[in-house]
Design a protein around this ligand. Structure first.
Ligand code: ADP
Length: 187
């Protein structure tokens, strides 16, 4: 099964993807994690991405697409995948459709995690304090939520228009939300 997990920063995509990958036995592919690994490794790509990410802005479409394509070509992704953090704007939607068409692996379902803005802010501020992620500073959080509203929210409409969208309430315990997602995928 090929799933795209959608939701604002702080909506719990990463947490839910980690559970889902065990239940569905398919890899979790997070473009944010791929980028953070590149930054950590200090690769040329990571050097380009670092400052952009710290500001909470989007890394260039070409860089992220190249990285994603490389990851999707690895053997484990042939069984399916949970994609988290991509697509993040309309151009990435089109790039993903084209890439997956070429690989003959279209998206089966997009799952949108709905969380109120108030809860998102609470979670991100707490994560910043607990984990010290550079882009969880109050200023970067504001930028990321703005980028989400302006650029990423239209992605929901893209999957809805294809008849592939399911919305799930993203507030409650981690386990409750995981159950909702699994139930929605069975339908
Ligand atoms: P969150 O969803 O909580 O913002 P992510 O780990 O998904 O966290 O992403 C962190 C950062 O990585 C983003 O703010 C952005 O700079 C970069 N990034 C991740 N995915 C993409 C993408 N598809 N396109 C451009 N930039 C991306």
């Amino acid at each position: 099964m090929r799933i795209v997990l959608l939701g604002a920063p702080g909506s719990g995509k990463g947490t839910q993807a980690a559970l889902l990958k065990e239940r569905l036995a398919i890899p979790h592919i997070s473009t944010g994690e791929l980028l953070r690994a590149a930054v950590k490794a200090n690769s040329p790509l990571g050097q380009q991405a670092k400052a952009v990410m710290e500001r909470g802005e989007l890394v260039s479409d070409a860089i992220v697409l190249g990285m994603l394509e490389e990851r999707l070509n690895q053997a484990d992704a042939a069984a399916g995948f949970i994609l988290d953090g991509y697509p993040r704007n309309p151009a990435q939607c089109d790039a993903l459709d084209q890439l997956l068409e070429r690989l003959n692996q279209p998206v089966d379902r997009a799952v949108q995690l709905d969380v109120s803005e108030e809860m998102l802010l609470q979670r991100l501020v707490k994560r910043g304090a607990d984990q010290g992620r550079a882009d969880d500073s109050p200023e970067a959080v504001r930028t990321r939520l703005g980028v989400y509203r302006d650029q990423t929210a239209p992605v929901i409409d893209h999957f809805a228009a294809q008849g592939r969208l399911t919305r799930v309430a993203g507030e409650g315990t981690v386990e409750e939300i995981a159950e909702r997602i699994v139930a929605s995928l069975r339908q």
